[in-house]
Design a protein around this ligand. Structure first.
Ligand code: FAD
Length: 405
């Protein structure tokens, strides 16, 4: 910090969620001087699973977390592996199964508590000398000066840089400060999340049943009898489920899941999230870029939100590192637009694909229920199409950054 309370950095990242922290690690490991500003307090020895979200991570995300130095720091007891997936509709006989062995892979993906990934990223950052993490910091203004951009925080300090990376989530303050429009669509749905203990072993199969109010997912955790539950439903139904006593909730949950894993014998605290989709009009301005939920949010139907955020972080890091190593200004619009062109289309297509699934599976008026049952069975019988869907969902195909390959 110099005499006029100003600190210089190559990049200032705002937000130490999964996307911000991984972006900081990738840039820091490549030799850029990074300052990371986070509004929350640092969770020292945080209790595992204090955040109710459990993430389904793709193979591409695993690679990005490896390159960030975080993957090997995640406790093996926190990593659930799934190698099969079973999806079916409550109204009929249509079903589809995916098996990693069909495309010569040992797994389809991983189920990991948010807190375990976040703790590993924080540990990784501590080991990178040129990352400076500042906690409980609130940005209040942004100002551009020639070819630099400055961010001022509530405590009066000023951070001068060539690039600000806004990774401060769906309600991004940075996005608001620079006036980028964020269009939200309220799904008028909520997701109830918890961890359930089941009578039968999940056998490393991820299961999803489409109910008329929304999908109910049982995602296999490291413990063979524990699944992360994401139950998307109407806000009224979610509130009713939240208010049920334990026994009534166990009964309703196992019935909604057609007792596929037998009785539910315990659950963790239930948490309800409102669901919306949103997208920023632009991902970039001179000296500034949005990544992760600050640029887009999607339905958790296929557990892709954080995976898209990690791909944003990796794509941006690749472009910025390349410009930096060639001695070019890494915050110039010309450089940042490459990132926007790369990621915006991919994020939007995933967003609208999720909407398509949602419409197809929740619509109860004929002929949709009939068509989806026939459609599920047809896809199930077409190995080439099924393998292509699997590869895309696993993140091993489709314009990936080198870091994620
Ligand atoms: C029920 C549910 C289940 C989900 N399941 C999955 C799943 O299985 N797989 C998946 O990939 N995704 C899933 N998601 C989506 C996932 O949670 C998000 O996409 C992901 O967390 C976004 O990460 P992020 O780092 O961009 O933002 P965030 O996780 O929101 O992190 C933002 C960070 O910025 C900080 N911050 C906020 N404001 C400021 C400020 N003004 N200044 C400084 N710092 C600030 C915050 O404290 C936070 O640390 C799910 C979402 C929901 C609701």
């Amino acid at each position: 910090m110099n005499s006029n309370n100003t600190l210089d950095a190559d990049v200032v990242v705002v937000g130490a969620g999964i996307t911000g922290a991984s972006c900081a690690c990738l840039l820091g490991l490549a030799g850029l001087k990074v300052v990371l500003l986070e509004s929350g307090i640092r969770q020292i020895n945080s209790l595992k699973q204090s955040d109710a979200r459990i993430f389904a991570m793709t193979l591409a995300s695993q690679k990005i977390l490896k390159q960030s130095g975080a993957w090997n720091r995640i406790d093996q007891n926190d990593i659930g592996i799934f190698n099969k997936m079973h999806v079916w509709d409550e109204n009929g006989v249509g079903e589809i199964d995916f098996d990693s062995a069909a495309i010569c892979q040992s797994e389809l993906g991983y189920i990991i508590p948010y807190q375990a990934i976040s703790d590993a990223l924080q540990d990784a950052m501590l080991d990178i000398d040129n990352i400076r993490c500042l906690w409980s910091v609130l940005p209040v203004s942004i100002e551009r000066k020639q070819d630099t951009i400055q961010i001022k925080t509530e405590d009066g300090l000023v951070y001068k840089t060539r690039l600000i990376v806004a990774a401060d989530g769906a309600n991004s303050k940075i996005r608001q400060l620079v006036g980028i429009n964020y269009i939200r669509h309220d799904y008028k749905q909520s997701a109830l999340a918890c961890i359930a203990t089941t009578e039968f072993s999940h056998e490393q199969v991820a299961r999803q049943r489409f109910l008329k109010r929304g999908p109910l997912a049982f995602l296999p955790m490291a413990d063979q009898h524990q699944c992360a539950i994401v139950w998307s439903t109407s806000p009224e139904h979610a509130q009713r489920l939240l208010g049920l006593d334990e026994r009534s909730f166990y009964a309703e949950l196992s019935e909604a899941f057609a007792n596929e894993l037998g009785q539910i014998t315990a659950t963790s605290e239930r948490v309800v999230f409102p669901l919306s989709r949103a997208r920023a009009d632009h991902y970039t301005q001179p000296g500034l870029v949005l990544i992760g939920d600050s640029a887009h949010t999607i339905h958790p139907l296929a557990g892709q939100g954080a995976n898209l955020g990690l791909l944003d972080a990796a794509a941006l890091a690749e472009i910025v590192i390349d410009a930096y190593q060639r001695g070019r200004h890494h915050g110039r619009q010309q450089v940042l637009r490459k990132y926007e062109r790369w990621r915006k289309g991919k994020n939007h297509s995933m967003m609208y694909l999720m909407d398509g699934f949602k419409y197809l599976f929740e619509n109860q008026s004929q002929p949709l229920p009939l068509l989806r049952n026939v459609g599920l069975d047809m896809v199930n019988d077409l190995p080439l199409l099924k393998h292509a869907i699997m590869r895309r969902a696993m993140g091993i195909e489709g314009g990936l950054p080198d870091i994620a390959r």
